[in-house]
Design a binder for this molecule. Structure first.
Ligand code: ADP
Ligand code: MG
Length: 310
């Protein structure tokens, strides 16, 4: 039976690449980071629990990838550049094949975004996976949820609802072309470069983890404003459109989570400074609440997004 320490050495200890910043990685009681002058440390943490966030028997490569991706997406939404991560693993058993695949998924994304794994914790118990990610953002410039202004344009990156469709497919919905939706669900792409490109341009930003309606709702609440979005212009893939046609569930792409695209607001005089691909989906208004314009008929948008303990 492999010991806790040889498990860490074998599967998780790698050379750190952020020279000058990561002073000490895995192996001591703490890791040490030297924060460059002019930057703030952005810190986020997310846990994935078996049978809550992922199905039992889920592909370990996908799990390692997605666990880091959801954390990097939080860094992206603040405009931070990823730097390092810590990893807390609670495992029911030591399964070497599972660990090899999990680590391969984790490091495939870590290497792409130059993230050093600098520490963690390993315990036994029901399968529970936690990553804490750390990033750097120019001091005072992080993109917050609380600074949207009436008159701002509401924008999103990418498409909405593809990950939600991936989940529906896993639950039995038949889709002619399931691959793209399943990939979006299993291996979401954190919009790291886009987040950094929005620093100094966007007023407010959030990543869409729990569905556009809920996540834009957080911006509205914290900024004490409202918004009206336009159904006709929402970026929807052909697969999501045919899902809506078949089921009549037009709110799915607004309610479903796991897209990990960015939703941000920009004042009209800065829209021409946007350098990233985006879709303008609505406007921020002084009147609180979220509304949707469906063929000229403006109605309150009340869709449930995922919440624990409810
Ligand atoms: P301590 O008992 O001081 O908390 P541990 O024995 O738990 O230290 O961990 C030894 C070293 O291995 C520490 O540097 C810790 O950060 C690292 N570590 C433990 N588990 C993991 C893991 N799952 N992934 C990465 N690093 C880990
Ligand atoms: Mg210690």
């Amino acid at each position: 039976m492999i010991s806790e320490f040889s498990l860490i050495d074998r599967f998780f200890k790698r050379h750190c690449i952020n020279k000058g910043i990561t002073r000490l990685g895995i192996g001591d009681d703490c890791a040490l980071l030297s924060i460059p002058v002019g930057y703030e440390l952005a810190i986020t943490i997310d846990t994935m629990v078996e049978n809550v966030h992922f199905f039992a028997g889920c592909d370990p490569f996908d799990l390692g990838y997605k666990l880091l991706a959801v954390n990097l997406s939080d860094l992206a939404s603040m405009g931070a550049k990823p730097l390092a991560a810590t990893l807390a693993l609670t495992l029911p058993e030591v399964d070497e094949h599972w660990l090899t695949q999990f680590a391969a998924g984790f490091f495939s994304l870590a290497e792409k975004h130059h993230v050093d794994l600098i520490g963690g914790d390993t315990t036994s118990g029901s399968l529970t996976l936690t990553v804490q990610a750390l990033g750097l953002v120019p001091s005072g410039q992080a993109l917050r949820r609380s600074s949207a202004k009436a008159g701002d344009i509401v924008c999103v990156t990418g498409f909405l609802g593809d990950a939600g469709l991936g989940l529906k497919i896993k639950q039995g919905y038949h889709c002619e072309q399931p691959d793209a939706a399943l990939k979006r669900f299993n291996r979401p792409d954190p919009q790291i470069e886009f987040g950094q490109a929005l620093v100094g341009i966007a007023n407010a930003c959030i990543d869409i983890s729990d569905g556009l309606a809920g996540d834009l709702g957080h911006i509205l609440q914290q900024s004490q404003v409202g918004a009206c979005i336009d159904w006709e212009v929402l970026p929807l893939s052909p697969e999501v459109l045919s899902f809506i046609e078949y089921t009549g569930d037009w709110a799915m792409p607004l309610a479903a989570g796991d897209d990990y695209e960015l939703c941000f607001t920009v004042s009209p005089d800065k829209v021409q400074n946007l350098t990233i691909p985006h879709t303008k989906i609505g406007v921020i208004e002084a009147l609180p609440g979220l509304r949707i314009n469906k063929s000229g008929n403006i109605q309150p948008l009340e869709v449930k997004s995922f919440e624990h303990f409810s």
